[in-house]
Write a protein that binds this ligand. Structure first.
Ligand SMILES: Nc1ncnc2c1ncn2[C@@H]1O[C@H](COP(=O)(O)OP(=O)(O)OP(=O)(O)O)[C@@H](O)[C@H]1O
Length: 375
């Protein structure tokens, strides 16, 4: 088991990890999720004794990594797949690691087979693709047949077949009773791979729960309702009736209504009582990716801005008066996007600004009253 208690890492004025406490248990795949720059790699480096915590501590099986006897036989890690001497062949790279850890050479060929690199084992790794590099890094992690495995973004650069392979490998390693800790910024991938999730944002814990709990706490169920003929006045009438009945109604771009807070049979009754015929009444569930984005939207460090192309001139062929010329448009104000994520838990305004910080994001999770959802 990996256990972090009050783990904190500051680089000068920057706090990369802040008072993080969690446990990673054996026999399960634990996904470690967070947006770019949220502190995942820093946490993993501290687990592996590569970075000293500013305060707090982290142990593996009750010991700090540096005091583990024969650590490579107990803990395997993929941190940076590019951290390989490019002039060495894949096999020689693994052989040198094996020699340092007292692992027999025969094991090198075994792990090369496990990761599917046996045919390129004698090729220099500098010619490897990103995906091949990831496989080599995974082979290095498996070398000592360790009980504890850490993988930082292991599916980076892998093709769909490779992603499926990593997913199955993680599950298999956990089913053998090992502790498997995998970082990713892709919720959709973790939802398929992990049993348990630890989500961080700006170095702070946002969620620590199993995947099923995460789904029920975060995936807002909603009903999609389409009024016959799509007549605006009928839609408005139904919207009023559903709101009076306690539902929350939002409009989708195609004119359908998104309703939360009322079960489907009740929506049908309300429509009938209001004499509004329906063409569609269907149950939906927001994806986990949407829930994750909603949870972390206030703690994303890096956001893109619109490309204003300042100082760039229009190509001459499309100047004023020329066919195809379009005058420069002022930046369009962003309308709050209500169609890319499910409505937030009942009682919250979807157009309101994002919560102020991680604490608020955590509060969102706990506040939710699932009994009000459309089921
Ligand atoms: N050696 C360092 N010196 C200064 N700042 C650092 C150092 N290492 C990390 N940081 C900062 O700490 C924060 C967390 O970085 P970290 O690499 O741990 O995040 P991450 O979640 O792994 O990100 P990504 O998903 O992009 O890999 C970032 O703001 C990063 O710039």
């Amino acid at each position: 088991m990996i256990e972090a208690v009050g783990l904190t890492k500051r680089y000068g004025a920057k706090t990369a990890v802040s008072n993080l406490s969690f446990q990673v248990r054996p026999g399960t795949v634990t996904g470690f999720l967070g947006p770019n720059g949220s502190g995942k790699s820093t946490t993993m480096r501290m687990i592996l004794g590569l970075d000293q915590p500013t305060s707090g501590h982290v142990t593996i099986g009750g010991h700090p990594f540096r005091s583990l006897p024969n650590a490579p036989r107990q803990v395997g890690a993929l941190l940076d797949a590019k951290a390989v001497h490019g002039g060495r062949s894949a096999r020689n790279h693994l052989l040198s690691l094996a020699q340092l850890a007292g692992i027999p050479a025969a094991r090198v060929d075994e792990v090369l087979g496990v990761v599917g690199l046996q045919d390129v084992a004698r090729k220099r790794s500098k010619g490897f693709s990103l995906g091949m590099g990831q496989r080599l890094g995974i082979a290095a992690a498996l070398l000592g047949d360790p009980q504890v495995l850490l993988f930082d973004e292991p599916v980076n650069g892998l093709d769909p077949e490779g992603i499926l392979w990593v997913r199955n490998l993680m599950k298999m390693l956990a089913s053998e009773g090992r502790t498997v800790f995998v970082s990713s910024h892709l919720m959709s991938e973790m939802a398929l791979t992990a049993d348990h999730l630890i989500v961080i944002g700006r170095g702070q814990l946002l969620a620590d729960m199993n995947v099923k709990e995460f789904i029920s706490a975060n995936s807002a169920d909603f009903a999609r309702v389409r009024v016959a003929d799509g007549l605006a006045e009928r839609r408005e009438k139904l919207t009023t009736s559903l709101t009076e009945a306690g539902g929350r109604v939002m409009s989708e771009p195609d004119g359908a209504l998104r309703v939360t807070g009322l079960p489907l049979p009740r929506i049908s009754e309300v429509a009938h009582e209001s004499d509004v015929r329906l063409w569609e009444l269907s149950p939906h569930q927001a994806s986990l990716e949407e829930a994750y984005m909603r949870m972390t939207q206030s703690v994303v460090d890096y956001r893109s801005t619109a490309d204003q192309k300042a100082g760039l001139q229009q190509p001459a062929a499309h100047g004023h008066g020329q066919p195809g010329y379009e005058p420069p448009q002022p930046p369009v104000p962003q309308v709050p996007q209500q169609n890319w994520y499910a409505p937030p838990p009942p009682g919250q305004n979807p157009s309101a600004a994002a919560p102020a910080g991680p604490a608020a994001a955590t509060a969102d999770l706990t506040k939710r009253d699932t009994s009000e959802d459309a089921r």
